[in-house]
Design a protein around this ligand. Structure first.
Ligand code: G3H
Ligand code: ZN
Length: 285
């Protein structure tokens, strides 16, 4: 069952858990996440970045996720991750995405508000939810690169103004996580999450959540995070399983045999995350 981003996160907000938002690029990744969500009866967000859409095609991604949502009976959202391009965002809305992210966080506050407002007006007019970002999350996510020096934490007061002015449905905040593989242990500012949650009424989103210790993620959920984005850890499970299989079976050429263990490994990874986020057993239909 496909639902909007607003619906899936509202339920999480009411019941005090976070929905896992997992990045997808191909059929095996989509199937792996759906299997985990189905096994654990967890609502789940399948999200595609502009890079994933370039790789697979917006029509392929949409059809694969719609087929999955027809087959698997848990609430599911199809979301555009880090949309930076107006035309790309429109393409996703038209294709059937139920949620989009406008990431104008590299701009000054006023310009971020202006660009976000424009997307909110269009998306809401056709029943699609919108996530936006304020503050600058470090690291690399596909074509978005933010150096350590450029990364900035979200200011709670700016977040309050931003939400009030844009009418956005969920808010990605910069609180110490970064996209990609961490060099050391990330220092997540839990008090900042609490403070933003106190002044902002919409669900908060944590990006760059791969590699963040589980006790910290649990604290982030308790502080008000309602959507947790995971990409790198899925990539690592996929690559690790493929490499191990090929090392053991160097003569194997059947893609099905090579990809099957990778799909299973990704399901295990996603299940582990779902349990940490507290979304297991929360599918409401
Ligand atoms: O938008 C996607 C996420 O923020 C993924 O971050 O690759 O560090 O898990 P990650
Ligand atoms: Zn992100």
């Amino acid at each position: 069952m496909l639902v909007t981003g607003k619906q899936i996160l509202q339920h999480a907000d009411e019941h005090g858990y976070a929905v896992g938002a997992f990045n997808v690029n191909n059929m095996e990744i989509i199937q792996a996440i759906a299997q985990a969500a189905d096994d654990l009866r967890a609502p789940v967000i399948l999200q595609a970045s502009q890079g994933a859409i370039k790789y697979a095609g917006v029509d392929y991604i949409t059809s694969l996720v719609k087929t999955t949502a027809d087959r698997i009976d848990v609430p599911m959202t199809l979301h555009l991750d880090h949309g930076t391009d107006f035309e790309e965002i429109m393409k996703c809305i038209r294709s059937g995405f139920t949620s989009v992210m406008i990431d104008a966080s590299k701009h000054e506050l006023d310009e971020n508000i202006r660009l976000t407002k424009e997307i909110v007006r269009i998306a809401h007019s056709v029943g699609v939810s919108v996530e936006a970002e304020i503050g600058k999350i470090g690291g690399t996510e596909d074509q978005i690169v933010v150096s350590d020096a450029e990364a900035t934490y979200t200011d709670p007061e700016e977040a309050r103004i931003f939400v009030e002015e844009t009418g956005v449905d969920s808010l990605a905040i910069a609180v110490g996580t970064a996209h990609g593989v961490y060099k050391g242990e990330p220092k997540v500012d839990i008090d900042r999450i609490k403070e933003i949650d106190r002044v902002v009424s919409i669900p908060l989103v944590l990006h760059g959540s791969s590699g963040v210790p589980y006790n910290i993620l649990e604290k982030a959920v308790a502080a008000g995070i309602r959507k947790i984005n995971i990409d790198t850890d899925i990539r690592a499970s996929f690559a690790g399983a493929v490499k191990a299989f090929v090392a053991e079976n160097p003569d194997e050429i059947d893609p099905r045999k090579i990809l099957k263990p990778a799909r299973a490994a990704m399901t295990d990874t996603v299940k582990e995350k779902i349990k940490v986020f507290g979304s297991d057993g929360k599918a409401w239909k």
